[in-house]
Design a protein around this ligand. Structure first.
Ligand SMILES: Cc1cc2nc3c(=O)[nH]c(=O)nc-3n(C[C@H](O)[C@H](O)[C@H](O)COP(=O)(O)OP(=O)(O)OC[C@H]3O[C@@H](n4cnc5c(N)ncnc54)[C@H](O)[C@@H]3O)c2cc1C
Length: 401
């Protein structure tokens, strides 16, 4: 087993670490206190610097202007960028655009690629992904009320979605809607590209998440599709293949998310250790002298290391054996890393005492916004049940002594 990192990747990661420390972390106090939209020009300046360093769009295809890193290389990049909540955005590899870019690249027509994929990779526009519905379980997305009915050359879309992340300010949504109600459950829905200025695309609100509605990229919208009309040529991939395409999007997406979460763990851990070393709790004592804090530090270090290796192994499985064969590994990392992250953030916050509850450090932001990691892209319980089912099946007829 080879844990070496290539010289090329060492240089890239060093450059990213430097950039995150010098250019992004200093922006965070403003990011936490003023409107995200008013900071967009500042982010654009930083994006320019990233392009000049030739580090733009690390995971996207080279033919479209990205760096074309493979999954493991981008996993390491995602970890480095995850240390700041604005890292991925400034480097042009943020979700949900990253997933949309992947599926447009794989399934888009030449026209769709020119109109949507290229400007997306260039960072000139943003997009969103609109699948989850207000009234039906996102955990069982084949239960879907949103319909897209053919009318002349168009689809007419009706439905109510929510948690369409980053819809505010996006140029288009990729919408999941039922086009083939008579087909089997996994072949009923299609993905359709819906420009957000289409008549009938109504952004109802940015949903307050843990008290913060956010705006622009940093938000999650409720969308009402009311007789929303788009040309049939906006269909992405074959009709009825929405879930087949969604599966393509999820495997690598989970590696990116999980490594971003490891980056968050690293940042929270750094803050925790530094605070423990600095905080005086008695005239001759620092917090770090307490064994309970030492135990937390050791436990968090072990948890982060274990989680990180699991993610890199899952990425390696996807690259060498394939997404389908790596299903268990992908499910395992999804809930393991989300829970490790939650524990590490919580402990780091606890070590900071009252300071941890303020926005004077990044910890409270992570605490608020990353709780959702245990829910989106498959809730913990859903992944646990599906892994357990496969394990139980593998034991069928097996004699164990
Ligand atoms: C911050 C955030 C961002 C999101 N971004 C997007 C986005 O960009 N686009 C999009 O389409 N959606 C997005 N989502 C929605 C997300 O995918 C759903 O919330 C998720 O799929 C869960 O669906 P639900 O909320 O309807 O919960 P439900 O399906 O109602 O499930 C509720 C709970 O029930 C339990 N449960 C459900 N099924 C099972 C099962 N089979 N076995 C055991 N327990 C079970 C789990 O504990 C689960 O948390 C986002 C959500 C959040 C919180």
């Amino acid at each position: 087993m080879d844990f070496n990192i290539s010289e090329k990747m060492k240089t890239i990661l060093w450059m990213i670490d430097e950039f995150v420390d010098k250019e992004l972390i200093p922006l965070e106090s403003e990011f936490l206190t003023i409107s995200a939209r008013s900071l967009l020009p500042v982010f654009e300046e930083k994006r320019k610097m990233v392009r000049q360093m030739e580090l733009w769009a690390p995971n996207h295809p080279q033919e479209y202007g990205g760096m074309g890193l493979d999954l493991i290389e981008h996993a390491l990049v995602s970890e480095a960028l995850g240390r700041s909540p604005i890292g991925h955005y400034v480097f042009g590899c943020q979700a949900p655009d990253a997933g949309n870019i992947e599926i447009l690249h794989q399934f888009g027509t030449a026209e769709q690629k020119e109109k949507y994929l290229q400007p997306l990779v260039d960072g000139k526009i943003r997009s969103c992904f609109s699948m989850t519905e207000v009234e039906l379980p996102g955990s069982n997305p084949v239960m879907m009320d949103t319909t897209a009915v053919k009318d002349g050359d168009d689809y007419v879309i009706n439905g109510q979605k929510w948690y369409t992340s980053s819809a505010d300010g996006a140029e288009f949504a990729i919408v999941m809607a039922v086009t083939n109600p008579d087909a089997g459950p996994y072949l009923q829905a299609s993905m359709i590209i819906v420009p957000t200025d289409s008549p009938g695309f109504n952004l109802v609100r940015n949903i307050p998440v843990m008290g913060h509605a956010g705006e622009d990229y940093f938000s999650h919208a409720e969308i009402l599709y009311q007789n929303c009309r788009v040309p049939q040529k906006n269909l992405l991939g074959p009709e009825g293949h929405g879930f087949v395409i969604a599966q393509e999007r999820l495997g690598p997406g989970r590696i990116h998310h999980c490594m971003r979460w490891i980056g968050i763990c690293n940042r929270a851990f750094d803050l925790m250790v530094a605070r423990a070393r600095d905080r005086i709790i008695a005239p001759d004592r620092k917090l770090a002298a307490k064994q309970i804090i030492q135990a937390w530090i050791a436990e968090c270090a072990a948890d982060i290391q274990a989680a990180r290796l699991m993610v890199l192994h899952a990425a390696w499985m996807i690259e060498t054996i394939g997404k389908k064969e790596a299903r268990n590994e992908i499910s395992l990392i999804k809930f393991v890393v989300a829970n490790v992250m939650q524990k590490v953030i919580d402990r780091a916050l606890q070590v900071h005492g009252g300071l941890g509850m303020t926005d004077d450090t990044i910890l409270a932001f992570f605490y608020r916004h990353e709780r959702a990691a245990r829910i989106y892209d498959g809730a913990d319980e859903v992944h646990k049940v599906s892994v357990a089912k496969r394990i139980l099946k593998a034991y069928e007829g097996k004699k164990v002594r």
